[in-house]
Structure formats: C-alpha cells, structure tokens
Design a protein around this ligand. Structure first.
Ligand SMILES: [Zn+2]
Length: 115
C-alpha cells in the first residue's frame, strides 16, 4: 500500500483534537445549564429561558459538528477522506486545512448553501 505521507496523519491528529475539544465544550455546557437557577436567584424567568434556549442551540450546533468530525474520521479510515461527497472531486488541501472535516468541495458547498 502506498504511503499517504504525513498529511493524512496530521489531519487525523487535528480531527481527534477537534473531537475532544468539542466534547469538552458540550460537557461544559451541561454543567453551565445545571447551574442556572442556583447561584442566580435574581435573574427573571425570561432571561433564564433565553439562556437555556441559547445553550440548547449551541449544544445542537456542537453536536452537529461532533457528528461531522466523527464522520471525517471514518472517511480517513475507509480512504474516502478529502473526496467530495456530492461530486467525487478532490477537496482542495487549502480547504481541508481550514476545515479538516469538510465533506463537500467548495463548489458543492456553495451550491448546497444557496438552496
Ligand atoms: Zn463537489
């Protein structure tokens, strides 16, 4: 099997680090929402609800990212990492450096967002 070089190994390390970072963020969110209503009796219900909705939105966002990072790690395993899911073209290395868990090339991503 041909060596893929250190590029892929580097991406795996980055993805794993990103995964742990996101998990820690999700973990700290649950701790924070557990504290709402305890040390802060002066806050009214409306702002509590607002804070909870905000952390729920953030949590959903983080869990979505976690799923994407996880998927990218699987693609590294089965050798489809860096290939656009929609058109099969290679995703540019610059894009993968900026967004290690990118699953679409820039053209497809732009098209998907325009829908
Ligand atoms: Zn594409």
């Amino acid at each position: 099997m041909a060596r893929k070089g250190s590029g892929i190994a580097g991406q795996r390390r980055r993805l794993e680090a990103e995964y742990l970072r996101l998990q820690a963020q999700v973990g700290s969110l649950s701790v924070e929402s557990g504290q709402i209503g305890h040390g802060n009796h002066m806050a009214d219900d409306a702002s509590d609800a607002f804070e909870q909705a905000k952390s729920l939105t953030l949590r959903c966002h983080l869990e979505g990212l976690l799923a994407e990072v996880n998927e990218a790690l699987h693609r590294l395993d089965d050798g489809t990492y860096g290939v656009c899911k929609a058109c099969g073209a290679a995703i540019s290395p610059a894009r993968l450096r900026a967004l290690p868990y990118a699953s679409l090339c820039l053209a497809c991503k732009t098209r998907a967002e325009a829908r």
